[in-house]
Design a protein around this ligand. Structure first.
Ligand code: SAJ
Length: 434
C-alpha cells in the first residue's frame, strides 16, 4: 500500500524458523531487527550471510540486509510487533519434560521494551498454556500495562500464539504458502496477529484461541508420529513373518481410504520425535496411544540395530557400508537422527569394518572418533563393500541400479531398492532384504 506505515518488527531467535521468518517479513517491506544471544550469528547475518542451510535463504537474507530491512543484534530494541521463535527442548530430567525457559527469557526481554499498541506473537512449539504463562510473566514485569485476559478494560498490548508448520528444505515456500492457525489470548489479539501475518502469508490464516493453537501444533506432529509408528510396527511384524512390508503397504494403499506411511529406521528431527511428549506431559493419564507410538518409533531404531548386527555377524569377513546419517532424505541435518544412531552403534561394535556413506557430511560426527569407522563415497562403497545397511533415502542412493548391487547383502530400512533380491535368512524369521 502506497505510503502505508509498516510496523517495526523484532524477531527473537534467529534459528531455523526465526531467520527465514525475519527474512520474509523484511521482504514484505517491514524493518526487522533479529535478536540472538550468539554474537557470531549476529555478525554473520549483518554481513548478509547465513549460519544455517536452507534452500534460497542465502540470497534472500543477503538482499534484505543490503536494502537495510534486516539487521541483527544481541540487544533488544523497541518495536511494534515481537515474534518469539526460540527453542523449547526437553528439560534434562530424563522424563521428556518440556523446558520453556528460553521462551520465558525472551518474554522477559520483550517486557522490558513493550509499549501500548504492541503485539507479541509466540511461534515456538510449546505445551498448552505457555502463551498464558508468558502473558502472566510479562504482566508481572510491567504492572503499568494492561494485559489481555487479565482486565475488563481494553488491554494495552496483544498476545497471540501462531505456530509455523514448515518443512526443512521448503521453509521459504511453506512460510509464505501454508495455512496458519492464529490463536489470540482474546479474539482482539487474534485479529491483531492476523493483520500482521496477512502482510507476508498467502495461505489461509484461521483465527482461534491461544490454547487451541498450541494444541493444534502438537497434534499435527503427534498425528504423523502415530501414523509412522503404525508403519514401523508393520515392518517389525513383516520381518518376523518373512513378508515384504513395502509390498504389503503399497497393496493396502490401493484401498481408497487407506494411506499407510513409510517405515524407516525410526523417527528423527526436532519436531515429530519431540512434540508428542509435550501432549503426554500435559495429560499423562490419557495419552496411551501417543506415548506408545513414541516408544514404537524409538524401538524401531533398536530393532534395526539388532537386525543389522545379526547380518554383519553372519558375514564375518565382509566390509559394511552404512548409507546415510541425516534424519531424512536429501538434507544435511544429522541432529536427532536414527540413521546416525544406528551407524554409530554398528561402528562401535564392528570398528574399521564399518564405512559410512553420507554425501552431505565432510567428516564423521564426534561419536565415531576412535571407532575406526571411515567416511567414503557411494562409488567406493559399491566397489569395496559387501554388506549394505540403507538408513537414509537420499536420491544419490536411490538411483544406484540393480546391476551395481548384484551380489551385495542388503538391509534396506527405507525401501529404496525394491528390486533387490531377498537373501537367505540369517536366522529363522529374519530376512535380509526388507
Ligand atoms: N518419516 C518416516 N516415515 C514417513 C515420513 C517420515 O519414517 O512416512 C521420518 C523421517 O525419515 C524423519 C521423521 O519422520 O526421520 C520426520 O520427518 P518429516 O519429513 O515427516 O518431518 P519434519 O520433522 O522434517 O517436519 C515436521 C513436519 N510436520 C508434519 O509433517 C506434521 C513439518 O510440517 C513441521 O513444521 C515440523 O515437523 C515442525 O517444525 O514441527
Amino acid at each position: 500500500m502506497q505510503g502505508e506505515l509498516k510496523p517495526r518488527v523484532c524477531v527473537v531467535g534467529l534459528g531455523y524458523i526465526g531467520l527465514p521468518t525475519a527474512a520474509i517479513i523484511a521482504r514484505a517491506g517491514c524493518p526487522v531487527l533479529g535478536l540472538d544471544i550468539t554474537q557470531s550469528v549476529v555478525d554473520t547475518i549483518n554481513r548478509g550471510e547465513i549460519h544455517i542451510e536452507e534452500v534460497d535463504l542465502d540470497g534472500l537474507v543477503h538482499g534484505v540486509v543490503q536494502r537495510g530491512l534486516l539487521r541483527a543484534s544481541t540487544q533488544i530494541e523497541p518495536a511494534d510487533v515481537f515474534v518469539i521463535a526460540v527453542p523449547t527442548p526437553f528439560a534434562k530430567d530424563g522424563h521428556h519434560t518440556p523446558d520453556v525457559s528460553y521462551v520465558l527469557a525472551a518474554a522477559s526481554e520483550v517486557a522490558g521494551v513493550i509499549k501500548p499498541g504492541d503485539t507479541v506473537i509466540l511461534e515456538s512449539t510449546c505445551p498448552v498454556g505457555t502463551t498464558e504463562q508468558m502473558r502472566d510473566l510479562m504482566a508481572g514485569l510491567r504492572p503499568d500495562l494492561k494485559f489481555p485476559g487479565l482486565t475488563r478494560e481494553t488491554p494495552d498490548v496483544s498476545i497471540a500464539y501462531c505456530p509455523e508448520r514448515v518443512l526443512p528444505g521448503r521453509i521459504l515456500e511453506e512460510l509464505a504458502n501454508n495455512d496458519r492457525s492464529i490463536g489470540g489470548i482474546t479474539p482482539r489479539c487474534a485479529r491483531k496477529a492476523l493483520a500482521f501475518y496477512k502482510r507476508f502469508v498467502r495461505g489461509t490464516c484461521v483465527t482461534t484461541d491461544a490454547r487451541s493453537a498450541e494444541m493444534t501444533k502438537l497434534v499435527e506432529n503427534a498425528y504423523r508420529d502415530v501414523n509412522i509408528a503404525f508403519a514401523n510396527e508393520l515392518s517389525m511384524i513383516a520381518d518376523r513373518m518373512g513378508l515384504d512390508v513395502w509390498e504389503v503397504i503399497s497393496l493396502a494403499n490401493r484401498h481408497p481410504r487407506v494411506n499407510i506411511l513409510q517405515p524407516g529406521p525410526g523417527v528423527g528431527g526436532h519436531c515429530i520425535a519431540v512434540d508428542p511428549w509435550f501432549i503426554v506431559h500435559g495429560a499423562p493419564e490419557d495419552t496411551a496411544l501417543i506415548r506408545t507410538a513414541r516408544q514404537t518409533n524409538d524401538g524401531k531404531m533398536h530393532h534395526v540395530i539388532a537386525r543389522a548386527t545379526a547380518m554383519v555377524e553372519a558375514h564375518p569377513h565382509a566390509k559394511v557400508a552404512c548409507l546415510g546419517l541425516a534424519f531424512k532424505a536429501n538434507i544435511d541435518d544429522f541432529r536427532e537422527s536414527p540413521a546416525r544412531f544406528v551407524a554409530a552403534s554398528l561402528a562401535r561394535k564392528f570398528g574399521p569394518r564399518v564405512h559410512v556413506v553420507e554425501p552431505y557430511a565432510a567428516k564423521l560426527p564426534l561419536e565415531f572418533t576412535d571407532t575406526g569407522a571411515s567416511l567414503i563415497d557411494i562409488d567406493t562403497a559399491l566397489e569395496t563393500c559387501d554388506v549394505f545397511i540403507v538408513l537414509v533415502d537420499h536420491d544419490v542412493f536411490r538411483v544406484v541400479p540393480l546391476v551395481e548391487r548384484t551380489g551385495k547383502v542388503v538391509y534396506d530400512t527405507r525401501g529404496i531398492w525394491p528390486d533387490q533380491p531377498a537373501e537367505a535368512p540369517v536366522s529363522a524369521g529374519l530376512r535380509l532384504a526388507c
